[in-house]
Design a protein around this ligand. Structure first.
Ligand code: GLU
Length: 479
């Protein structure tokens, strides 16, 4: 189990996707638990799909999750460069090697010819695939033609019959008949490799073991296996991990809502909660336990406990974990995490004082500013519909609030416990339920129906502002 070399190999085709992060995490757990190596490799062979800023987004996202890696584009390492587009000579050399050993061949078919071929295949109701037109050109003749026909590609010579198989660490034994696999392109006319060539060369040269990647790569696996075979290389163990599915059972995508790491960050999710939640989509420790820190996961994760069935995305469960991890933060740490979500002008000492009051009630960090905004303004919006509890009259509320005002004026020190006593005394005196009275007071002092515990909030708001708001509420209800 010592020293696994694993890799996370995102394509910079957009912002970091939450499904990729789950695959990353499994690689990370395995690397760290085996004191191995995690490699970050950028797979940009599909130059048409590149998105500016995607590599920055990948770096930001990984840092946010607290995942560290050992070799990568900006870190360097013994197998640098770690960006595929900077490794073209390796792929070109590899493809030529396969031509030389007879496992691959030059193909000179024009786009037009291939289009006609496909149209004819479609017309006959056949699966469209390369008809191996150039496969039997004598090698010397083909080599000669490459000089005059720069548009050639290199294709793999896939054996006509037989099968190719893998014993996947998650999916078990899978076998594919070779008759279904076409002579795939390995090297394009612009000198770029196709993904099948690049991934195999890189995983081989970088010593990856095991290859852990998303289930969506399973259909491409026979192509990759054939490339290993053509080079005469051992195939490293592979683990395909099930897709993260949306609530409808389809692969998680934009139509299900947020999928980018940055969206969750902006919505106020904690990386701890996301790691816990994501790890459990598709992996289970085989017990009822469900709360795991990243360090616990490094200890506990086992690749053979990854399930075949896709795991479902469940926002309620993510919210549950987020609330749980918020409550596990110290008050100081929670303040630090809230920082990006708070207006700069708010007094941080007051924020620190109110944090213990809201910690129990928060699901996401973004909710905090709304819950505590009443502390940072001179006046609040007072809605008569909130000020008057059900089945009470506005005039009675005016009376009640004026009694509260009178009693609170004399509370000294102005602290939660004596404030509570004063308010209870008013409820008893007027024959009100404490619940109704606190509804009215909360609406008066915070402008809201729900919020942090009332007596502590009043203490933090201070006597002057509390009394002013109680007065204002009475005026507001005046007929
Ligand atoms: N570059 C691929 C992707 O972004 C990863 C493929 C692999 O892990 O083998 O999905």
């Amino acid at each position: 189990m010592m020293g696994h070399r694993v890799r996370f190999a995102p394509s910079p085709t957009g912002a970091l996707h939450i499904g990729s992060v789950r695959t990353l995490l499994y690689n990370y757990f395995l690397a760290r638990q085996s004191q191995g190596t995690l490699i970050l490799r950028i797979e940009d062979t599909d130059q048409e799909r590149l998105v500016a800023g995607a590599i920055d987004s990948i770096y930001d996202g990984l840092h946010w999750f607290g995942v560290g890696w050992d070799e990568g584009p900006r870190e360097g390492g013994p197998h640098a460069p770690y960006v595929q587009s900077e490794r073209l000579p390796l792929y070109q050399k590899g493809a030529q090697e396969l031509v030389d050993n007879g496992a691959a061949y030059f193909c000179f078919c024009s786009k037009e010819r291939l289009e006609q071929m496909r149209a004819a295949q479609r017309a006959r109701g056949e699966i469209t695939r390369y008809d191996r037109h150039c496969r039997n050109i004598p090698p010397a003749e083909a080599a000669e033609r490459t000089k005059a026909e720069p548009d050639h590609v290199i294709r793999l010579k896939v054996p006509e019959d037989g099968t190719i198989a893998i014993d996947d660490l998650v999916y078990g034994h899978i076998e594919w008949p070779l008759s279904t696999i076409e002579d795939q392109i390995l090297l394009k006319s612009d000198g770029f490799p196709t993904y099948q060539l690049a991934v195999v060369i890189d995983d081989h040269l970088m010593g990856i073991d095991p290859v852990i990647r998303g289930e969506d790569w399973l259909p491409s696996t026979p192509k990759h296996l054939l490339v290993y075979r053509a080079f005469g290389w051992d195939v490293p163990p592979h683990a395909h991990v099930p897709n993260v599915l949306g609530p409808d059972g389809k692969k998680l995508s934009k139509r299900h809502g947020a999928t980018e790491v940055d969206e969750f960050r902006r919505e106020g999710y904690l990386p701890e909660a996301m790691v816990n939640f994501l790890a459990l989509i598709g992996w289970s420790p085989g017990t009822e336990e469900e709360v795991f820190s990243i360090d616990d996961l490094i200890q506990r994760f086992r690749i053979d406990q990854v399930q075949k069935a896709g795991g479902k995305w469940d926002r309620d469960r993510l919210n549950y974990f987020n609330g749980l991890w918020i409550r596990r933060l110290s008050d100081d740490e929670l303040c630090a995490r809230l920082e990006p979500f708070l207006p700069p002008a708010w007094d941080r000492t007051l924020v620190r004082a109110v944090v213990p009051l809201i910690k129990e009630r928060m699901t996401t960090l973004v909710e905090a500013s709304e819950l505590i905004a009443f502390l940072f303004t001179d006046t609040v919006e007072q809605d008569p519909a909130l000020l008057v509890p059900k089945k009470r009259e506005a005039l009675d509320v005016i009376t009640a609030l004026s009694r509260v005002t009178v009693l609170l004026r004399f509370v000294e020190p102005f602290a939660a416990a004596p404030i509570e006593q004063a308010i209870s005394a008013v409820a008893t005196e007027l024959g009100w339920t404490l619940r109704d009275l606190t509804i009215a007071i909360r609406a008066a002092v915070t402008g809201r129906k729900v919020g942090p515990p009332l007596y502590g909030s009043i203490e933090l708001l201070g006597k002057d502002r509390t009394l002013a708001r109680l007065d204002a509420a009475q005026e507001r209800l005046e007929p």
